[in-house]
Design a protein around this ligand. Structure first.
Ligand SMILES: [Zn+2]
Length: 254
């Protein structure tokens, strides 16, 4: 039976390497996107209202949709075995059922729609800006420069990386939650890395070493202070597993 902490580390490093891969790809996609936006802005200068179709094409041609598709359909899938082993290592037995697989597909579909909506939002913003610039007395060069700056200011450019890190963390938590519902007589503990990047709130919760009932676990899960980029997970374990490791009953008071 593999060690609980070792499995947690594997989950964490699997997520890290998928995020690094995503960020690496995203960087080159964004630079391709910036060039394509400039070119298409010139082409659509005469009719800026058609630009959102052009922008959808830019998103496709730059590889943005392929990136999010791979992220959700490949990167998301790296931890199923680890999650099952994690449950087993604390003495809980579980497997994925047909119903779980349907739920997993539904979660993925929602996330895919979310990333697409970030793309749509960027298209609409650039179209509106291009229209605005075309009504002004800007030269073509100035207009192209402005539209390139507009792109930099979209959520797609500014937050895609944060969204990805948050989404993959939430996905792993959702898979754990799926399996937690069937388990009786378990408590929840807060787990994960404690390093320089760990925010004050998470550090405080980790250091308290409390175990929680389900509703306190839910409260912790949705606490706004861990809303973005949190690398921690709330995991069900048996009561004896928690107490043997020095966890005490309580609430998080951070
Ligand atoms: Zn955290």
């Amino acid at each position: 039976m593999a060690d609980f902490n070792k499995i947690l580390n594997t989950i964490d490093s699997n997520i890290d390497s998928e995020i690094n891969l995503f960020n690496h790809e995203l960087k080159s996609i964004l630079s391709t996107m910036a060039n394509l936006v400039k070119n298409r802005a010139i082409e659509n200068y005469t009719d800026p209202l058609e630009f959102d179709f052009a922008m959808q094409q830019v998103l496709a041609d730059s590889g943005y949709y392929d990136l999010v598709d791979d992220f959700i359909n490949k990167s998301y899938d790296k931890n199923y075995n680890e999650i099952i082993s994690l449950f087993q290592s604390s003495g809980l037995l579980t497997t994925f059922s047909e119903a779980d697989i349907a739920d997993i597909k539904a979660i993925k579909k929602l996330d895919l729609e979310f990333f697409k909506s970030i793309g749509n939002q960027a298209s609409l913003k650039l179209k509106a800006d291009l229209y605005k610039y075309s009504l002004s007395n800007l030269s073509t060069d100035e207009m192209v420069e402005n539209i390139a700056n507009s792109l930099k200011d979209t959520d797609l450019v500014r937050y895609s990386s944060t969204y990805a890190e948050t989404a993959i963390g939430n996905f792993n938590q959702a898979i754990i939650d799926l399996k937690s519902v069937d388990l009786k007589d378990t408590v929840r503990i807060y787990t994960g890395v404690l390093d320089k990047k760990t925010r004050t709130f998470c550090k405080c919760v980790l250091k308290q070493r409390k175990y929680y009932n389900n509703s306190e676990g839910m409260k912790l899960k949705s606490d706004p202070r861990r809303a973005y980029n949190c690398r921690h997970l709330i995991i069900p374990v048996s009561l004896s597993f928690a107490t043997e490791r020095g966890y005490t009953s309580g609430k998080f008071t951070c």
